[in-house]
Ligand binder design. Structure first.
Ligand SMILES: Cc1cc2nc3c(=O)[nH]c(=O)nc-3n(C[C@H](O)[C@H](O)[C@H](O)COP(=O)(O)OP(=O)(O)OC[C@H]3O[C@@H](n4cnc5c(N)ncnc54)[C@H](O)[C@@H]3O)c2cc1C
Length: 801
């Protein structure tokens, strides 16, 4: 078969990911797709993988992807003519501590909401299912009948065979040595072939090069922060283990195992992982490392405690291979900074399980512009510019590997590679005992310990369960101060994008659902929609001048939103680092700012003005995310510390307090303000989300034709027991039947209610009853009219009395 000179798409890498992407592109009808692999198929990481397909993950999208895989794999033999050796034996996930039981119940609750078949067993029931287990310390086990395992190489070959059947051409022994980029768009790949080499023109290229993806990405100057880390498993001699044995995960002991050849295959995570330090990952086929039994000792001993028969069994095989990890343990999928150049890599020991879903998502994304699932958590544009730093990526990846099986409490903060990005006022926050959280590398204040004070009611106020774990009485004090006087919030980490030029308005009007054709000084809250009407971004747009607009979006969303806009023909300048931003909100905000400015501060809601605050030039935007009167105050970064000090000095006598993101989150729930990635996603439309008010009726825009009457609506629930607080992901039942899951939840200190939002059938009305599963406990809840706080918004719109 001869290599062509051009192709519709070139997939680089013949591992399970590349084969699945090629197969799914062909399934969506793309012809002239070629796959190039430098060795034989699967000879990177795939061939030696342990073959587990476990569906339950901590994120909805990962679980959905693996559910899709687990549905596809048993059918592959028929679809492709090649059997991947699927063993649908089911899987057990053990819990030996009260905290792990809570986690299991939370995961089981979440699983219910997306139709994952699973049940909660006792330790004795788990032992009955698998008599080899020592289950004396097992407090509970999740049983996932749809889990299983297969032969990794056969899986990749089956996907490749399926792709070939649909017209994909596969070229092995063909190394990519260059990527051609013209005007920011990929135009082809260069291959090592003969003395001259060979070029294939293509405007769609997918890097699925496993642990070598970072290296291949650099051929086009893009950063794909995969970190190759060594991972190990062993296989014992046979001892009559039945082939029907379920797979087992024992996260408290950081091991997993299954049957293999009548013996057991034991894999384990370790606390001291090792990077594969090479400039040429996967350049040799079938790379394995020497066995490192000292590193495997803990896993082996844990497994032998769990399956005592292992203590009498010898190890006959050790597999120690490279795997591509990522800074946050999530996959790296999507389009790179070069248009048409995509990546599907960084599978963190789930590549096999996820491959089906990865292929589906990537193909939909490439062919249709957006995939069915919300993939922001895996979108490779989720990192900031620091993604190019290998020392940053390595520190983060080692950290996430070493804590892989630890329980992840929502709101828990990792410490690796911090601090990185800091606001000009960071020093002041540190002096005040700020509890910092990290987002996209930014240090952001969660709350100020100095606000906790001696609070006699603190013990009583602490929410029950997980919501009370990462919590402080300071959050309440910050909310109440904002309600009664003022709060000062450092939101410097906001992503700020600028678009200018004579076509700026016209182009923005095309992608924004809101009406932007308003006078300079106007601020518009708007969404960017995809072709299906799903919300791709949620931001404010300030018209700074006739032909100049500033977009403000969430800390973590700047790179993503800018890429979306650029993908739709806009010229975007990221000015995040140029401006500090402090939000002064509360009924005394006008008094406080009045002491610092001679400017007229009475300009209206959703208006922006240039003013002076003390000696500092400021752009004041009359908007709020907490439901109180006030402004976002932007100044050039070098004035940032001065502005913070000025505001603190002026505000403190009025009872103003510095405040953090946890207070913002509580107050925005009370006001029903949506958060992108949680309440609103590419899978939800503005109509469903109750954001119809932000959609222009008098113009056309991308996604408009897909907006239709919604069958479900984002609804506000108040829990009967105010100490039971949701953290998102909890299942919601109506009439005892699974109905939905919580998109975001928390405690509202101004309304003294435990609040949760969830998509419910459109006919649901205030007063309807529901049940919410908070860590295994079903708590009654009532659907209420929203927002709960200041429904007429008089505190925002009018000047404080
Ligand atoms: C010990 C171990 C056990 C594992 N167990 C499991 C498990 O039980 N379940 C699970 O889901 N996952 C498991 N994994 C992870 C899983 O194996 C991987 O996530 C998956 O195989 C990755 O597939 P891939 O296609 O991304 O990468 P690879 O299989 O590495 O494929 C990438 C391909 O790209 C090719 N390539 C690279 N550069 C070029 C170039 N310049 N030109 C052309 N081709 C190139 C390579 O040769 C390679 O074949 C395990 C991993 C390890 C190390």
């Amino acid at each position: 078969m001869e290599l062509p000179n051009s192709a519709r798409a070139v997939v680089i890498g013949g591992g399970v990911a590349g084969c699945s992407v090629a197969y799914h592109l062909a399934r969506l009808g793309w012809s002239e797709v070629i796959l190039v692999e430098q060795h034989e198929l699967t000879e990177g990481t795939t061939w030696h993988s342990a073959g587990f397909v476990g569906q339950l993950r901590s994120t909805v999208t990962q679980t959905k992807m693996i559910m899709y895989s687990a549905g596809l794999y048993p059918e592959l033999a028929e679809l492709t003519g090649m059997d991947p050796g699927w063993h649908g034996v089911g899987g057990l996930r053990l819990a030996t501590t009260p905290e792990r039981v809570e986690e299991s119940l939370r995961l089981a609750g979440a699983g219910e909401t997306y139709g994952l078949g699973l049940s909660v067993l006792s330790g004795a029931e788990a032992k009955e299912m698998l008599p080899l287990l020592d289950a004396r310390d097992v407090r509970a086990a999740l049983w996932l009948p749809g889990d299983g395992w297969l032969d990794p190489a056969l899986l990749a070959r089956a996907l490749a065979a399926g792709a070939e059947k649909l017209g994909v051409r596969i070229f092995t022994g063909t190394r990519v040595t260059g990527l051609d980029v013209v005007g920011g768009e990929v135009s082809g790949v260069r291959l090592a072939l003969g003395a001259e080499g060979w070029s294939v023109q293509a405007d769609t290229v997918v890097i699925a090069a496993g642990a070598a993806s970072g290296r291949v990405g650099r051929l086009a100057g893009v950063d794909i922060p995969v970190v190759p880390i060594k991972h190990q498993y062993v296989v014992t001699e046979p001892f009559d283990v039945p082939s029907s044995m379920p797979t087992v995960r024992d996260p408290d002991n950081i091991v997993y195992f299954r049957e293999e050849g009548g013996g057991i295959l034991v894999g384990g995570y370790i606390r001291t992982p090792e990077i594969w330090d090479t400039g040429h990952p996967l350049e040799e086929p079938r790379t394995l490392f020497a066995a490192d039994m000292p590193k495997f000792q803990e896993s082996w001993e844990s497994a032998a405690r769990r399956v005592p028969a292992l203590g009498r069994t010898g190890i006959v095989k050790v597999v120690h291979g490279p795997e591509a990890f990522t800074p946050d343990g999530e996959f790296l999928l999507g389009e790179t900074a070069v248009r048409g150049l995509w990546a599907a890599a960084g599978f963190c020991v789930h590549g096999l399980a996820a491959a089906g879903g990865v292929g589906k998502i990537m193909a939909e994304w490439i062919v249709d512009g957006s995939p069915e699932y919300d993939v922001f958590g895996m979108d490779l544009r989720r990192f900031g510019g620091h993604a190019r730093s290998s020392s940053w990526a390595r520190a983060k990846a080692l950290d996430s590997y070493s804590k892989y099986y630890d329980i992840v409490y929502p709101g828990e903060e990792r410490t690796a590679a911090r601090p990185l990005r800091r606001s000009p006022a960071w020093v002041r926050h540190a002096e005040l005992g700020a509890e910092f959280g990290e987002k996209s590398g930014w240090e952001r204040v969660n709350w100020f310990k100095s606000n906790a004070g001696p609070s006699p009611e603190a013990g009583e106020a602490r929410p029950a369960g997980w919501a009370g774990r990462i919590w402080s009485p300071a959050i309440r004090q910050e909310c109440l101060a904002t309600r009664d006087a003022a709060g000062l919030f450092d939101q410097t980490s906001f992503s700020k994008l600028e678009i200018s030029g004579h076509q700026a308005l016209m182009r923005l009007q095309r992608v924004c659902a809101g009406q932007l054709d308003r006078p300079p000084g106007s601020i518009v809250y708007t969404q960017l929609l995809n072709e299906h009407g799903g919300i791709e971004a949620d931001l404010t747009v300030t018209r700074l001048a006739e032909d100049r607009f500033r977009l403000v979006t969430g800390t973590a969303f700047g790179v993503h939103d800018a890429a979306w806009l650029r993908g739709h023909g806009l010229d975007v300048r990221d000015v995040t680092s140029a401006h500090a931003c402090y939000c002064l909100w509360g009924p005394r905000a006008l008094d406080i700012l009045g002491t610092l400015s001679d400017d007229d501060l009475t300009f209206g809601y959703m208006r922006a003005r240039e003013i002076s605050v003390g000696n500092v030039p400021v752009l004041a935007q009359r908007v709020t995310f907490v439901g109180e009167f006030g402004w976002e105050l932007y100044c050039p970064s070098e004035y940032g510390l001065t502005l913070w000090d000025t505001l603190m000095e002026a505000g403190t006598p009025y009872g103003m307090r510095p405040a953090g993101y946890r207070a913002i989150d509580s107050m925005r729930l009370e006001k029903g303000y949506r958060v992108w990635g949680m309440d609103i996603t590419p899978e939800t439309t503005p109509v469903e989300a109750g954001l119809g008010f932000a959609v222009a009726k008098d113009k056309d825009f991308l996604g408009r034709s897909a907006l239709e009457a919604a069958a479900r609506r984002l609804a506000c629930l108040v829990l009967d027991d105010p100490r039971q607080v949701c953290l998102a992901g909890e299942p919601v039942r109506l009439g005892g039947e699974p109905a939905s899951r919580v998109t975001s939840g928390g405690y509202g200190h101004r309304v003294e209610r435990s609040i949760a939002y969830a998509y419910l059938p459109a006919g649901t009305v205030p007063g309807d009853r529901a049940e919410v599963g908070v860590t295994g406990t079903w708590v009654g809840a009532t659907v209420v009219a929203e927002p709960l706080y200041d429904p007429a918004s008089s505190r925002i719109r009018h000047l404080p009395a």
